[in-house]
Design a protein around this ligand. Structure first.
Ligand code: SF4
Length: 195
């Protein structure tokens, strides 16, 4: 692993760029390793992840691991799975849930950190904010329509809804997602994990 990688990671971990806008002290949460083959491009850490320092350390993470068919060990194996949210620090709560990711975080860090992942075979793009950034063509589409068009991005990219329990209603209203997409996704993850 290069020194450049180590210094970039150390710099990102020590970032305080938008400290004055955050509800708690900055604590960037991500998982990166140059050997990673799967990238989880998420939204922002929740309060549980902020507290533990572990990404997706909550009910959303349990559901996401189930969607992927990955054990906890494999999910947190940085040489397999990279996890990089659009905002790396906990954004705080709004009226209807956690606040949206702050744009300055992706502006400051995202391209440089993604460059450290030359071996990614599949990028899972979770939620609207990550989809607009990673799939600019989806900007005018709803999340549902973007996910319905998943074959347009497959097999190197897959748009997903957020696995939060707050999306239980969406999952109930869109049973095609679990029936049609998850078996294909699990097969691909299993194949990548064996390589
Ligand atoms: S949210 Fe991003 S830009 Fe803001 S302090 Fe945390 S790491 Fe830095």
């Amino acid at each position: 692993m290069s020194t450049d990688f180590d210094s970039l990671i150390a710099e990102a971990r020590g970032c305080t760029l938008c400290a004055s806008q955050l509800p708690l002290a900055p604590k960037p949460i991500f998982q990166l390793h140059p050997a990673a083959r799967i990238l989880i491009a998420g939204q922002a850490p929740g309060i549980k992840a902020h507290t533990s320092g572990i990404p997706f350390d909550d009910a959303s993470g349990q559901r996401l691991r189930n969607w992927l068919g990955l054990s906890t060990d494999r999910f947190y194996d940085p040489s397999l799975t990279a996890i990089l949210p659009m905002e790396m620090c906990y954004p705080g709560r709004g009226h209807t849930g956690d606040l949206s990711p702050r744009p300055e975080c992706a502006e400051q860090w995202r391209k440089a950190l993604l460059k450290q992942l030359p071996n990614i075979k599949l990028t899972l793009v979770i939620g609207r904010y990550a989809q607009v950034w990673h799939l600019p063509g989806s900007r005018k589409l709803s999340l549902t329509d973007t996910v319905k068009l998943w074959r347009n991005y497959w097999p190197d990219t897959l748009p997903l809804p957020h696995p939060s329990p707050r999306n239980n209603r969406w999952l109930k209203q869109n049973p095609w997602f679990e029936q049609e997409i998850l078996p294909v996704l699990r097969a691909e993850i299993s194949s990548i994990a064996r390589r």
